[in-house]
Design a protein around this ligand. Structure first.
Ligand code: HAM
Length: 424
């Protein structure tokens, strides 16, 4: 092993894989723009308080998973563990609320969480996500969920489950909290260490705890979904009506509460069972108090984020690995020392007009070079030997038809421009 290794939980995206990454990113961008969402890019690090307040002090993310450091000016900064808090911080700071009633954003980029790495869980991972700020209309909930569903299908994930719940608002939450605490008090000492501390701070999360959710008392504890206030119950039922109307299937999962504190009302997760233990590929929900909590006006919001790495695992599980092949249009093959100069010029000329071209710089025999051309998926090979150089010509071979023509070097660019464009 090399002396220098990448940090645990990070990955090098090698050129082969980068083609798939880029295809996914391009397709996601295009889809978001079709729904008229606009791109926003926020810093990769923020003041730590943005996440403490935004994501919530009691969450695992803030308590255990943040990459937090002091900069040289002794300010506490944190690498973003997720995208929502930063987008809302920017929305408030840049006063974007003046512009339009409802603002729709999307983003793509790296996020950082100090988690235990395993397949589908990394310390640097990449999310694509959307945030809609300014509307509490249940049609927006359905649009955002529908967009998640559309994206996964378009990316080749043919089957998955959509889990839906409502985690209510501060009014119904407070009422439910009392019921829950009274109910769980007798078994408090039997809960895991994390849940014992969640007991006072955020008891709702006990229902979702991987360790305690199978405890018989926890499993039959009162659910927030059954304790919703009138407004939240109406919202929840309307979201379902719109999803039904749009033909999007879902299952109600009353124990799903999500791991971030900002959620209110609608919460959802898209789960793909065949990619292993870490199976949530896209998740989100409403966060009606977050904008105000980060110093902005009292506006509602909703969004989702999905992990690119988990999407790639899910695509592979569904046999979707073929994306835009990484191939060149033209391979320039120089035979012998004498051909290298005109070959370098022609290669440069082809690239200057946007023709994707490459060459082999090793001076190997024709056969070996043709193999390289083949491996690069070249459609045309431009051959330059002693005779061609002397005559100011080139031979152009179409690798698919095996046809070969000899033309003047000065005609090469226009000849290949035409041939290459014919294919599309
Ligand atoms: P989240 O559930 O924490 O939500 O993450 C969303 C998605 O990011 C997950 O479903 C998963 O696909 C991916 N993900 C999370 N952690 C990791 C990891 N350690 N390694 C690989 N992939 C991971 C949020 O982040 C919210 N900001 C979503 C949201 C947007 N809610 C409203 N708006």
């Amino acid at each position: 092993m090399s002396e220098f290794a990448k940090p645990r939980g990070t990955a090098d995206i090698l050129p082969e894989q980068a083609a798939e990454w880029r295809a996914i990113e391009d397709a996601a961008r295009q889809l978001f723009e079709t729904y008229h969402y606009r791109e926003i890019r926020t810093p990769i690090f923020e003041h730590t308080e943005v996440f403490q307040r935004g994501v919530g002090d009691t969450t695992d993310i803030v308590q255990k998973e943040m990459y937090t450091f002091l900069d040289r000016g002794e300010r506490s900064l944190t690498l973003r563990p997720e995208g929502t808090a930063g987008v809302v911080r920017a929305f408030v700071e840049e006063k974007l609320y003046g512009e339009m009633n409802t603002q729709k954003f999307y983003y793509l980029g790296p996020m950082f969480r100090y988690e235990k790495p395993q397949a589908g869980r990394y310390r640097q991972f990449h999310q694509y996500g959307v945030e809609v700020i300014g509307s509490s209309d249940p049609r927006v909930d359905a649009e955002v969920i529908g967009l998640g569903d559309h994206l996964l299908r378009q990316m080749g994930v043919k089957s998955f489950s959509l889990l839906l719940n409502s985690v209510g608002c501060p009014v119904c939450r407070a009422r439910h909290r009392e019921q829950l605490l009274a109910y769980l008090q007798p078994v408090r000492s039997e809960l895991c260490k994390d849940c014992q501390s969640r007991f006072d701070k955020n008891p709702l999360r006990i229902l979702d705890c991987k360790i305690d959710r199978d405890h018989p008392v926890v499993a039959s504890a009162p659910k927030i979904t059954d304790a919703l206030c009138e407004d939240c119950a109406r919202q929840f039922s309307q979201v379902q009506t719109y999803l039904d109307e749009m033909g999007i299937s879902y299952e109600i999962d009353k124990t799903m509460v999500r791991g971030l504190d900002y959620y209110t009302q609608t919460a959802f997760e898209f789960v793909e069972g065949s990619i292993g233990a870490v199976s949530t590929i896209l998740a989100g929900g409403r966060y009606n108090g977050l904008i105000q909590m980060l110093g902005g006006p009292d506006l509602p919001g909703i969004g989702f984020a999905g992990g690119v790495e988990r999407l790639i695992l899910a695509r592979a599980a569904h046999g979707a690995t073929q994306v835009g092949q990484d191939r060149v249009d033209v391979f320039v093959l120089a035979l012998g020392e004498i051909a290298t100069k005109p070959a370098a010029r022609l290669l440069h000329e082809l690239r200057s007009v946007g023709i994707k071209a490459d060459s082999d710089y090793s001076g190997r025999k024709v056969k070996a070079q043709l193999k390289v051309a083949d491996r690069l998926g070249a459609r045309y090979v431009v051959l330059l030997g002693e005779d061609e150089v002397a005559a100011g010509q080139v031979a152009v071979r179409n690798l698919a038809t095996r046809e070969q023509v000899t033309i003047e070097q000065s005609e090469l660019v226009s000849y290949l421009s035409e041939q290459v464009s014919l294919r599309f």
